[in-house]
Design a protein around this ligand. Structure first.
Ligand SMILES: [Fe+2]
Length: 465
């Protein structure tokens, strides 16, 4: 057991002065490697080691300090859970699971009958009733109405949403493979269902998100794209310095950690690091520069080295040898629990699909796109388009349980929203405009970080541009 003088000397040996508060803490907490852990977490140019460099120390609201180790629990999406794809039987399981769970959410609010029962009985040609189905086909008619073919395990039916009814506005946003409920009446010949109301799985209007009882702050970013010649190294260094002076407990990164290799034609000419291992090594070295007391959680995106089909597996060990021990790798999507606050991390490739399918949607409104996911309780409703989905036995892209925070990326444009108590965050990117984005007229919002106070769930945006 060391005394106060020996502790001070141990720091002086590494050319560091130490604040008496830290010495007192070390004396009170007889942990064998604590001094080494504190020294390891101190940024290079530090002169005095203050209490903020003690692992897991957080200020309280009245300015005093107490200790709580930032804790991360991976609720879903830990390594090895993404599974492989086993052909058509999983495909059937997958859609059955999607229908049962999303349909169940609608059924918890409104009573519904099987589609077959509706068609068979003549009673419902006079009476209003509700059915729940997955959208197999949807289009506008020549008269400007909207028509959807929906199916459950018993049968399918064409549903007409007339343009002169209030339900039409909701119906315009119907997309393939989402699960909806419709209330209305069947036509006399039993072939068409006239919808009056549309139900989606949605979030309860009285949803009250959990807030941490203990102090803690989490930083949200995505799309770092290390290896690209448009990666903003200077901005990242300013961000890293700022993190070193902070007491934030968590850093979450929602995919596209590196730029990857062969992701798009002629990418090579835009790469500063042309080897995928070296891209991850550079990224790992960047994370190692950040305070070791901070828990880092990183998930993959479509530029990362793993398969593109979602859920995307954890980035394999072979690529993460230079990653620090305080970094936890998770799948895409994943749910992590930070002091009781649940964060659903999803890279957001499906936003490409939704922008094509939802009238009026654009890349500038990633906040709205997150709302569209939450309303449908699904991260990637449209199957078989630009978002590849690995159809496993269960649908891992269903939003259940409901998180406090939905964290996305991919679009490279900042968006923040709050839909029925769920905070949606897309922090943008660490890459300036690429040639491809220039051609597509996409104007990114780089070098932003969003910080959320876990006690209030209030987001704050910081720029390092
Ligand atoms: Fe990206």
């Amino acid at each position: 057991m060391l005394d106060a003088q020996e502790i001070t000397h141990r720091f002086l040996d590494t050319k560091l002065q130490v604040h008496p508060e830290v010495v007192r803490y070390i004396l009170e907490n007889n942990e064998p490697d604590l001094i080494e852990r504190i020294i390891a977490g101190v940024p290079k140019d530090t002169i005095v080691v203050s209490a903020k460099y003690i692992p897991g120390i957080h200020p309280t609201r009245d300015g005093t300090r107490f200790l709580i180790d930032p804790s991360v629990e991976v609720v879903s999406g830990s390594a090895g859970t993404s599974g492989c794809v086993n052909g058509t039987s999983d495909y059937l399981h997958y859609f059955r699971d999607r229908y049962a769970r999303l349909g169940g959410m609608i059924r918890s609010r409104v009573g519904a009958m099987p589609i077959e029962g509706l068609i068979r009985s003549t009673r419902y040609r006079q009476e209003e009733c509700t059915v729940i189905g997955m959208v197999a086909e949807v289009k506008n008619t020549t008269n400007g109405h909207r028509i959807a073919e929906i199916e459950d395990s018993s049968a399918s039916i064409s549903v007409l949403f007339r343009k002169d009814l209030p339900v039409f506005a909701d119906a315009q946003r119907i997309i393939y493979d989402e699960v909806i409920g419709v209330k209305g009446k069947l036509s006399n010949d039993g072939r068409l269902f006239f919808a009056e109301q549309l139900y989606r799985p949605d979030i309860r209007i009285d949803n009250t998100p959990f807030r941490s009882e203990q102090p803690g702050k989490a930083v949200f970013i995505s799309d770092v794209h290390v290896g690209s010649n448009t990666f903003l190294e200077g901005a990242w260094n300013r961000f890293a310095d700022w993190l070193s002076d902070s007491d934030f407990g968590y850093l979450l990164i929602a995919g596209d950690l590196v730029d990857g290799i062969g992701i798009y034609p002629n990418q090579e000419s835009e790469l500063t690091i042309k080897n995928i291992y070296e891209q991850y090594d550079a990224f790992g070295a960047m994370l190692s520069e950040l305070p070791s007391r901070m828990k880092i959680i990183a998930s993959p995106g479509n530029h990362d080295v793993v398969r593109g089909a979602e859920p995307q597996p954890v980035i394999p060990d072979a690529f993460t040898k230079k990653f620090p021990a305080n970094c936890t790798l998770v799948e895409n999507p994943a749910v992590v629990n930070l002091q009781g606050v649940r964060v659903l991390m999803y890279h957001g490739r499906s936003i490409d699909d939704m922008i094509g399918l939802i009238p009026g949607a654009s890349y500038e409104q990633s906040g709205l796109m997150m709302e569209e996911m939450l309303i449908r309780r699904h991260l990637a409703p449209a199957y078989g388009r630009r978002t590849p989905i690995a159809a496993g036995k269960t649908d891992r892209l269903i939003i259940d349980p409901l998180p406090e925070i939905l964290h996305t990326g991919h679009v490279h444009i900042k968006g923040i929203t709050n839909y029925r108590g769920v905070l949606g965050i897309n922090a943008g990117t660490w890459q300036s405009q690429t040639l491809f984005q220039k051609q597509m007229n996409v104007n990114p919002t780089p070098a932003l970080a969003v910080v959320v106070d876990l006690q209030t769930l209030v987001p704050e945006t910081f720029s390092f541009a």
